[in-house]
Design a protein around this ligand. Structure first.
Ligand code: ADP
Ligand code: 5GP
Length: 184
C-alpha cells in the first residue's frame, strides 16, 4: 500500500466539510471520495449509496463484528464508519482517497496509515458554526445542540492534525486545502 494517498478531512459538524469536499471532487477527478455507512436517517435529498450507505443498527453492528470497517465511531447518537474493502482497493490502485470523518475515526486512520494527510477545518467562531448548522436547516434543535457540544471537544484536538484551515471565505479555504494536498 504505497502508491495511493489518503487524505482525511475532519472538523465540527456544520463547518463546511461536505461543501468543501464536493468542490474538491468536482475540480479534481483524480480524487476518490470514500462513501461511509451510517445508521443516521437520510436528510432530504440525500441518496443511499451516494451520500452514505444508510443501514440499520443491526447491519452496522454486524459489519463491526465481521471487521468490514476500516474505522467507525458513534456520533450524536448514530454510528458512522468507513468500509474497508473499497478504501484498500483504491489505495492499492494508487488512487488518492478523501475520507470526510469525525475525530475518533481520524485518530484511528492516523494509527493505521501514519502517512495519511490529516486536515482539520475550523469555523471562524462557534457563533458562526451555530449559524451554519441552523442555516442548513436539516437537523432538529436537539441534534444541533449535540453537534455544538461535540464541536468544542473536536476543536480542542485540532493540533493532532497536520494542517488546520479556517473555513471563513469558502474559496480561500478550498485553495489552501488544494495547496496542502497537491503542493505548490
Ligand atoms: P459539514 O459537512 O461540515 O457538516 P456543510 O458542508 O453541510 O458542513 O455546511 C454547513 C452549512 O454551512 C451549509 O449550509 C453550507 O452551505 C454553509 N457553508 C459552508 N461553507 C461556508 C462558508 N465558507 N461561509 C458560509 N457558509 C458556509
Ligand atoms: P453528518 O450526520 O453531519 O453527515 O455527519 C456527522 C459526523 O460524522 C461528521 O463529522 C462526519 O464527518 C462524520 N462521519 C461521516 N462519515 C464518517 C465515517 O465513516 N467515520 C467516522 N468516524 N465519522 C464519519
Amino acid at each position: 500500500m504505497s502508491a495511493g494517498k489518503l487524505i482525511v478531512i475532519t472538523g465540527p459538524s456544520g463547518v463546511g466539510k461536505g461543501t468543501i469536499v464536493r468542490s474538491l471532487i468536482a475540480r479534481h477527478p483524480e480524487l476518490y471520495l470514500s462513501i461511509s455507512a451510517t445508521t443516521r436517517q437520510p436528510r432530504p435529498g440525500e441518496i443511499d449509496g451516494k451520500d452514505y450507505y444508510f443501514v440499520s443498527k443491526e447491519q452496522f453492528e454486524r459489519a463491526i463484528e465481521r471487521e468490514e470497517l476500516l474505522e467507525w465511531a458513534e456520533y450524536a447518537g448514530n454510528y458512522y464508519g468507513t468500509p474497508k474493502t473499497s478504501v484498500e482497493e483504491q489505495i492499492n490502485q494508487g488512487k488518492w482517497i478523501l475520507l470526510e470523518i469525525e475525530l475518533i475515526g481520524a485518530r484511528k486512520v492516523k494509527k493505521i496509515f501514519p502517512d495519511a494527510l490529516l486536515i482539520f477545518i475550523l469555523p471562524p467562531s462557534l457563533e458562526e458554526l451555530g449559524r451554519r448548522l441552523r442555516g442548513r436547516g436539516q437537523d432538529s434543535p436537539e441534534a444541533i445542540s449535540r453537534r455544538l457540544v461535540r464541536a468544542r471537544a473536536e476543536i480542542e484536538a485540532k493540533d493532532e492534525f497536520n494542517i488546520q484551515i479556517v473555513n471563513d471565505d469558502l474559496e480561500t479555504a478550498i485553495e489552501e486545502i488544494e495547496k496542502a494536498i497537491f503542493g505548490q
